[in-house]
Design a protein around this ligand. Sequence first.
Ligand code: NDP
Length: 484
Amino acid sequence: MKFQPKASHFIDGEYVESTAGEPIEVIYPATGETIARLNAATPAIVEKALQSAKSAQKNWGAATGAERGRVLNRAAEILRATNYDLSVLETHDTGKPIQETLVADASIGADALEYFGGLAASWTGEYITLANGDFAFTIPEPLGVCVGIGAWNYPIQIACFKAAPALACGNAMIFKPSETTPLSALKLAEVLVQAGAPKGIFNVVQGYGDVGAALVADRRVAKVSLTGSVPTGRKVYAAAAEGMKHITMELGGKSPLIVFDDANLESAVSGAIVGNFFSSGQICSNGTRVFVQKRIKAAFLERLCSRLASARIGDPMDPQVNFGPMISQRQLEIVKTYIAQGLAEGARLVYGGFQLNRPGFFVQPTVFADVTDEMTIAREEIFGPVMSVLEFDTEEEVVVRANATEFGLAAGVFTDDLTRAHRVSKAFEAGICFINTYNVMPVEIPVGGSKLSGVGRENSKIALQQYTEMKTIYVSLNEVRAPY
Ligand code: NDP
């Protein structure tokens, strides 16, 4: 098998296998063929990963930020130099078009390694002057062993977004990829060792939810960062609370994208396309509830549908193809069920709606118009290429409707009115808001959700705080007085 790794897990600087673990079949979503066979971690493998990370972290935590930064920067260089091969791997693991993986996966992961590598040396504490000459200072200390658990839509990118700040701050990380896309995190582990990372500071163990749960429950683990769905987030958050562990939760969404009638129509249509159909709609921050102001609704739908007609759906390895399959048969079925529900509840199908008659898990980009706020497709995260277009009249009305969701990950507004753009963004109940664009998230900006969409932030300088125990040292220059 062309994409068979040397072994299932990567622990303490080397590939490790145990065939006693539950089998994991890796499927190429474009054809349904098996491209690798792995085994889930047994308790013994999990234990090995924990011991290795725990012991490696001591020296790594004691290294200077500059030393750690150098390793991350070298790893970024290697990722960039091997971007093509990694993109081919990611395309086979996820089914995403090579056109996308070449620019949005390993290369963005490299951005994160470079960014946090650059910040590592400047991550210092502060000096605080106090009354009567007393003072305090803070020391940013690593948390220890951190666990990263990934979703399947951006496997290597998610691994880098978690590993880069964790390692920059002196932690070790054990990463469990989604069992659907287990391959590229192993490559990242190899690359880090090649870049000079000490053995054990980035271990990868494969497995299903139970392996993630075993890691989260272990007393040696100080922090858990999860990218996944809200139901999994609830379980992981609760399990982490038992040990009062630090957490970051990057969860799902049902984000609004508002298009006012003064907006640049072509740009708004582009925003709706990238905010719904990139990665075949399997993006947490997608603006799947597209609110379009009444006066331009017909024109918007007409342009949207005519542009969707030129989407190239097919073999993800064809550089011209820009729309690939769903990750799995299961996800395809979920999407088809939502499409059927949209129709049953009276939404008007204006584009797509059908599975493609070819091998693999392909469904057309799909647009529903005349969607109302109560419909299931407007309330639940579908995690597939299904856009709901809703009509609105006034700004006041649409802001209330946009916020009427339990999620709060992202939101967008298209308008040429500067004041309104800021007013609406300020009113959004969401972690990431976009004005006249959508889903642009370079590593310099904080990413994360409010409400059920998550807790904490990834990327940006804030991520350093999220992998740090800030120790305070109070220094008195005065005699201590006691009341008796
Ligand atoms: P899941 O929540 O199903 O799984 C996420 C990860 O958690 C997987 O590795 C999974 O393993 C693991 N897991 C499952 N149960 C447990 C448990 N009890 N304890 C520990 N780990 C567990 O998400 P998907 O992989 O289906 O990804 C899709 C979801 O991720 C969507 O809701 C999407 O919105 C969200 N997402 C959020 C992003 C963000 O940044 N906010 C970005 C990308 C996706 P296994 O796969 O074996 O079940």
